[in-house]
Design a binder for this molecule. Structure first.
Ligand code: TGC
Ligand code: FAD
Length: 386
């Protein structure tokens, strides 16, 4: 039997039956509900909000968290959710990453019992949508220097400043916003409708067009003490959330690359040039084989990360290496697939250009490629070159 293009090295032999069941149920959702509409969503710059209840009914939101209506999945299961969603479109994995890793995770890890009870079950049901505000216009790579700040006023806080490039910003009912205080960086739960809080969608994106990206503005927003995350002070709060989300990306981008390769295998088997199928040419086979090699390497790295994560041994620098490797792999595969489609490759009728454009964001957000290279360099040498 020939090897599966999606899993040449049979990496899935390491998956438990429940992980495979999760993967297959998300794959069905993507095949039946995402793929038929995603091109139109991308072209129309529209987030497919109608999919949120379907994603919630499969238990995708908060999937790796325990209790509060969350599924409590292991790391491989959570990774496979990301992989399958991103096989559909990076926008859906992005939505799910933000909801799960950047909003539900900090509530679960650093929130009060009252905050957890109030928000987590409703977020797991997809009734409350979250966003995560860390990046500011003056430089997202260096979050230690954010300028948004909060000062105490009696028992409450007053929040001022702005955030930029915030996924789900204009959709969200709840924004987890990181701000400077006299004690250090703290997390604030800013609710839609609070006086002085505004979210404005960023238009004209050529990437992640099926995702909502916004700027957030805080004009002396009064935040009750009950809306401050009590369990964390300092930059390690938001950075620990990023570690979770980056982990999901390490798996997610594999799905985008698998989708591109699958489409190219079909295309090159049917298109005839110079009297033979494109797939019969050595140069084409070498390029396809090289993609399969790169995807397989990324799968093995993601699997190793999952095993480290389940043992509680995964370090931020290890996540940096895999985020860098797997995003670069997926972007290169998508670009190469675009090229092998010839002129047709610039049309949204084919998936690779949509994935390629999306991956330009994925390689940039959650830490740019350079930031992750420098994180690995710092780990190797002991010198901080940021
Ligand atoms: P540094 O000195 O390295 O660290 C400060 C403190 O944080 C601790 N720490 C971590 N803790 C938990 N998890 C991590 N990953 C951590 N990394 C660092 C560290 O131990 C230290 O703790 P302590 O107790 O000593 O204070 O901080 P630095 O200022 O040198 O920065 C390092 C650097 C450059 C790696 C960091 O700033 C960075 O990662 N920059 C990139 C920013 C970024 O990724 N932004 C992403 C914004 S969110 C987003 O893009 C969402 S997209 C969502 C989607 O649509 O999918
Ligand atoms: P900059 O930090 O200005 O970097 C510019 C360039 O300089 C990059 O190439 C970078 O690699 C390079 N560079 C930076 N420092 C160094 C150095 N020391 N040495 C060498 N080169 C360096 N943020 C959120 O908080 N929440 C979100 O939900 C969110 N969603 C996003 C969605 C999208 C679609 C996008 C595009 C971004 C999103 N972001 C979000 C922001 C994202 O995390 C930032 O764009 C990213 O961290 C980079 O920050 P920046 O854009 O300010 O670039």
């Amino acid at each position: 039997m020939r090897a599966s293009p999606a899993d040449f090295l049979d990496v899935s032999a390491h998956f438990a039956p429940e992980d495979i069941a999760v993967r297959d149920s998300v794959a069905r959702l993507v095949d039946e509900k995402v793929l038929p509409i995603i091109r139109e969503c991308f072209e129309q710059h529209r987030f497919p909000g109608e999919l949120v209840p379907h994603m919630a009914s499969l238990g995708l939101f908060g999937a790796p968290l325990e209790g509060y209506g969350c599924a409590g999945l292991g790391s491989i299961g959570y990774g496979l959710i990301s992989q399958e969603l991103e096989r559909g479109d990076s926008a859906l994995r992005s939505f799910s990453s933000v909801q799960t890793s950047l909003c539900m995770f900090p509530l679960h890890r650093y929130g009060s019992e009252e905050q957890k009870q109030r928000w987590l079950p409703a977020m797991a049901r997809g009734e409350v949508i979250g966003c995560f505000g860390l990046t500011e216009s003056q430089g997202g790579s260096d979050p230690a220097n954010i300028r948004t700040h909060a000062r105490r006023q009696g028992a409450d806080w007053v929040l001022s400043g702005s955030k930029m490039w915030i996924t789900n910003g204009s959709l969200a009912h709840l924004a987890v916003v990181w701000a400077q205080t006299d004690d250090g960086i703290r997390g604030f739960l800013v609710e839609r409708g609070m006086k002085g809080f505004e979210a404005r969608e960023i238009g004209n994106k050529f990437s992640l067009r099926a995702s909502v990206t916004s700027s957030l503005f805080f004009d002396d927003v009064r935040i009750p003490a009950a809306n401050v995350l009590p369990g964390i002070v300092g930059l390690k709060g938001p950075l620990s959330c990023l570690t979770q989300a980056r982990y999901g990306i390490c798996w997610g981008v594999i799905g985008a690359a698998q989708a591109c390769l699958a489409e190219l295998l079909e295309y090159t088997a049917s298109r005839e040039l110079f009297g033979r199928r494109l797939a019969e040419n050595q140069a084409i086979q070498i390029r396809l084989a090289d993609m399969s090699r790169r995807i397989s390497g990324a799968q093995l790295m993601a699997l190793q990360l999952a095993q480290l994560k389940d043992r509680g041994a995964m370090t931020p620098a290890q996540v940096s290496m895999v985020k860098w490797n797997n995003c670069r792999m997926a972007l290169d595969v998508a670009r190469d697939c675009r090229d092998m489609l010839g002129g047709a490759g610039i049309s949204a009728e084919h998936g690779p250009i949509r994935h390629m454009l999306n991956l330009e964001s994925v390689v940039t957000y959650e830490g740019t490629e350079t930031i992750h290279q420098l994180a690995v360099g710092r780990e190797l040498t002991g010198y901080n070159a940021f």
